[in-house]
Design a protein around this ligand. Structure first.
Ligand SMILES: NC(=O)c1ccc[n+]([C@@H]2O[C@H](COP(=O)([O-])OP(=O)(O)OC[C@H]3O[C@@H](n4cnc5c(N)ncnc54)[C@H](O)[C@@H]3O)[C@@H](O)[C@H]2O)c1
Length: 361
């Protein structure tokens, strides 16, 4: 996979990534380096990273080891908060981190969002590097310059736009990622394919779901995300395409998180993709057979969830609180065709109920 070099950031793949990271560290002569991980990535991924950075006996590697600190937070979304931000900043202050220090975020989207945000505000901004270890992190969260934390039950409500200097994609990390987390990342890859092109969707839908995920699929997904964010970095227009499947998906996620039924973000997005494909067919004449193909492909590999009439009513309530809404009613990204999404579509409650029926049968 060819490196992706942009004015604000670069993405490197495999071992070349570590070579470039060492080059960056030596070029900038950072005075201190922090590796931020969570309780899982410190166990499964930190030893691999340390091996890459400190393994040789050269003077420069010893220097790097001497100025590197590790900080581990608990895994899980509940860690992405103000209190954790404060604790990390206190750790940086007490260990003498300055303007010319570096933070390396080693983890999934939770770690890159939290660590990216700390980096963007500590001393008005220090350099950071993302090393995503989850599939969702690799194809989505580590790329695109959005950082942030949650406040109360509002996700990503405090944040900034700041690019990592370097993003390293090392597929070896995926070997310890639980299958449900792998599927969660694959949901975003399916979404990327549908908003990108028929060719991309045909390629994705021909594999055995996330079990067959490989470097070329990951590369295509990254390229799709980059294409979209480059056209609209601050989400005033076409970056909204990335919300396909997410309007209903987020409402389902919020509803189930408030019940005793547990769901991962990507699992909710898979349902959102099915429902929003149906809405595309209903409102924009999106192809009927493709709508069925999308549903069948996703349901072949993921568990179908039952939604009662009462559940659907609650989900539509949650739709009103979608933070991406600028108007009073929820606005949807729908597909005219595969690769031809459009945003700001209004959908009635009746059509949402029909979409749930389509999902259920
Ligand atoms: N900034 C953005 O543009 C953007 C985009 C999408 C999502 N996000 C954010 O990303 C987060 C979701 O990302 P995620 O799905 O990666 O969640 P996550 O970071 O919580 O990781 C999911 C789980 O997998 C574990 N894990 C990660 N890598 C592992 C590995 N290699 N081996 C074993 N376990 C591993 C983690 O410890 C965690 O338990 C959310 O906070 C979301 O808001 C941000």
């Amino acid at each position: 996979m060819e490196s992706i070099i942009k004015p604000n950031y670069s993405i490197f793949f495999g071992n070349n990534g570590y070579v470039k990271l060492l080059e960056l560290i030596n070029k900038n002569n950072y005075d201190k380096i922090l590796i931020l991980s969570d309780s899982n990535t410190s166990k499964y991924c930190l030893p691999i990273l340390k091996d890459q950075l400190f393994s040789s006996d050269s003077k420069s590697n010893n220097d790097i080891e001497n100025k590197t600190f590790s900080y581990t937070v608990n895994s899980g979304e509940q860690t992405k908060n103000l209190n954790e931000l404060k604790k990390i900043c206190e750790f940086l202050i007490s260990n003498g981190f300055k303007r010319n220090s570096l933070i390396i975020n080693l983890g999934g989207g939770m770690v890159s969002d939290l660590g990216g945000f700390v980096s963007s505000i500590y001393m008005r901004g220090i350099d950071f590097v993302n090393i995503p270890t989850s599939l969702l992190g690799m194809v989505d969260a580590s790329i695109g310059g959005k950082t942030g934390i949650d406040l109360n039950d509002l996700k990503n409500i405090i944040g900034s736009f700041e690019f990592a200097k370097i993003i390293i994609i090392d597929l070896n990390f995926l070997s310890t990622l639980p299958i449900r987390q792998l599927n969660s990342g694959f949901a975003e890859m399916i979404k990327h394919s549908l908003i990108d092109s028929e060719k991309h969707w045909n390629k994705i839908s021909s594999v055995n779901f996330s079990k067959d995920v490989d470097s070329s699929l990951i590369y295509n997904s990254i390229i799709t995300k980059i294409k979209i964010i480059e056209n609209d970095p601050k989400e005033s227009s076409s970056r909204k395409f990335l919300n396909f499947g997410h309007t209903i998906g987020h409402a389902i996620e919020s509803f189930l998180l408030n019940s005793d039924r547990e769901i991962l973000h990507g699992e909710a997005i898979l349902i959102g993709i099915i429902l929003e494909s149906y809405l595309s067919q209903k409102l924009l004449n999106f192809d009927t057979q493709l709508t069925l193909n999308i549903k069948n492909y996703i349901l072949k590999f993921s568990k179908q969830i039952d939604f009662s009439e009462e559940d659907i009513k609650h989900v539509t309530e949650f739709l009103k609180y979608d933070k991406k809404n600028t108007s009073d009613e929820p606005l949807f990204v729908l597909l005219n065709e595969i690769g031809k999404p459009c945003y700001d579509n209004k959908v009635s409650n009746k059509e949402i109920i029909e979409a749930f029926k389509f999902y259920a049968v």
